[in-house]
Design a protein around this ligand. Sequence first.
Ligand code: BGC
Length: 882
Amino acid sequence: MKTSFLLAASTATILDFAAANALPNPQPYPPPHSNEAYSPPFYPSPWMDPNAPGWEQAYAQAKEFVSGLTLLEKVNLTTGVGWMGEKCVGNVGTVPRLGLRSLCMQDGPLGLRFNRYNSAFATGLTAAASWSRHLWVDRGTALGSEAKNKGVDVLLGPVAGPLGRNPNGGRNVEGFGNDPYLAGVALADTVTGIQNAGTVACAKHFLLNEQEHFRQVGEANGYGYPIKEALSSNVDDKTIHEVYGWPFQDAVKAGVGSIMCSYNQVNNSYACQNSKLLNGLLKEEYGFQGFVMSDWQAQHAGVSTAAAGLDMTMPGDTLFNTGASYFGSNLTLAVLNGTVPEWRIDDMVMRIMASFFKVGKSINNLVDTNFDSWTDGEFGYVQAAVNENWEKVNYGVDVRADHANHIREAGAKGTVILKNNGILPLNKPKFLTVIGEDAGSNPAGPNGCGDRGCDDGTLAMEWGSGTTNFPYLVTPDTAIQNQALQDGSRYESILNNYATSAIQSLVSQPEAIAIVFANSDSGEGYLHPDGNEGDRKNITLWKNGDDLIKTVAANNAKTIVVVHSTGPVILKDYAVHPNISAIVWAGTPGQESGNSLVDILYGKQSPGRTPFTWGPSLESYGVQVMTTPNNGNNAPQDDFTEGAFIDYRYFDKVAPGKPRSSDKAPTYEFGFGLSWSTFKFSNLQIQKNNAGPLNPTTGKTIAAPALGTFSKNLKDYGFPKNIRRIKEFIYPYLSSTSSGQAASGDSHYGQTAKQFLPAGATDGSPQPRSPSSGEPGGNRQLYDVIYTITATITNTGKVMDDAVPQLYLSHGGPNEPVRVLRGFDRIERIAPGQSVTFKADLTRRDISNWDTKTQQWVVTKFPKTVYVGSSSRDLPLSARLP
Ligand code: BGC
């Protein structure tokens, strides 16, 4: 049976469990759209494992706390108080009896949204381009410490969904590039950093939220498409395991405390009520012990979502400011009347509190939330939605510490040099000109557009919820001018993209070097600068950028192109343009933008490597964002028929070895980036380790624990007399005991619950383990190191530099990608003449494919080859795996 169908009837109105349970004839299965993609059921929702490695102590602490909670308190922890009902973008209810303040959830992946005196880090995509694990951990640690010191408990990031299937997907930039291996390592390292700093990380968005268009019905209606359900990403089991789920599996292995389910449907079941995804994949197979939180308004039903594995609803109301919730009092009632089993609410709360304790938090030692999302002023309404409780809300706590140093370094090391005819690094140039609006500041200030929803001035982050306020923004114009003054260079900049004749006469002066800036922006679907509904309409440069570059290059033979962008843009012509001496992708680097860039332009730091392919056109990627619904007003059906063949896997398939100038080959391939020196790769060695065969997990789980008891007397659940009810605020109390009476107490409850929920959903007896499950991350033997590969890298150039060796694997077999990334390192500061050893461990999972039949990772019989080199197409070393 299909989970989404169960809930379809309840999406329009707030689900009244009493009424739902009273339905005489539950709707028949299978579902009406059986010709469309279908997500199989997985029930019951797996409960926590007290012995899960890394979670034992947190589990014990949580158990002690949760066992003492009343049902109302438990419900309070699962349910947001409503949009703008507290200081953070999301807050749950409190447990005042035990001194627990409201837990605060705040965006986001590159810094604290709606905040002040915080840092603005590079986006995930720019961080990815450094290929540096220590920088990822440092970035996470800094993010986690800023969150903690502001009184944020759960940081809503990092991101690996979207992964970046579509080159023009609006939010790809929040994540770490579209290779699952690279994204998985970066996601896990970021989680580790955030959580080591004492903040719960929330890996998002699970799963397959690969485009902004049609992710939410209301939004789509707003731009003219009267669809009734959100887009369904239809993806096969193998691709989910090998591509889109992969990074999340890594995050689970790293102990991530929370995961956000996404807006879209997956195989026609909403991600936040898709039992296959949440129960089957995430909690059973990956062994996720933390809690699943909904994206904001991504929950579309009550009991069914709890049964499908949702643990916390955000921001708590059904839609912003309805004053009603699918959880809250409805969940209280559902537990009281037995529709939701007691063990399930206990598991929901255990997961939330175990994550809390796991990162080292304690109830009595929490930093008070010392900022407010809804006002910049010192005072504000705590319940800003309804102007209630005016008090001091912003304490101006400066949490930035020395993070600017990290941001500058990471921004530089994540800047990619795509072309360099020897003009870089600059060395005290006599006359430097800087051209283009993207080098300068936004006339309205760096935070002039809400959630950065415009493209004015230099681009240093995307738009949407994954943004923060800049504490300052060092523009390229400022930073390059500072350097020029130090060097005694002559310096002039023109920041108006349309001042064509002034630009022509400036850059054509003798001895002028021209650095021309252009950008391409994107972001989240609720904002639409220049008609881009989150996703980019195209992958050309904005604001006349392409003409600007052509004008400059036509008049100056020493043109350096600098691109700030949220993904690929078309560089095909510039790659071969004789006057364009260098092309630099500066990504979206955050507050230190100009300084980071100067460090690369002047050769003070080593650059990064591109974490995605630069194709010659949007079409060259084989897939792109669906912008017109294809299913009438029903859910648009986005069939991922390309399977694993996205980005370089696709280019390698259709244009193996084709030259840069071809229409099908990449202009710059995945993993590519020039450096200051040259490196020789030699001496590939393969060591096979004796790991033995994979033993599928067998046996059963423990029975679902139920913790504590609670009153069955409905009178204990009414709205307390001593509390003033705040409008729109979500409470756990029953609105009246008589409605509660009508909805419970009846002897046929057990039966209707069974009919209403899918088979097995309420069964708390020991459950069989799936073969690939085991611990957080899955079967422990998936991570056995089967091969250890080493190679020698020698700096054959004249300067000290970083190398970024990459290892690719060909799995063999007729339907597999030519090769996939399976190892990398950034080895820093290799001296001229020096040799270093690159080492990569290949785990069992790395060399396996997902077998849909046995539901296991298997090493196929096809011969496998490893390749080592400096990009996905520059691989001088290769050998068969023995
Ligand atoms: C976004 C999430 C974000 C949430 C809270 C949603 O619209 O998709 O990424 O965390 O809002 O701001």
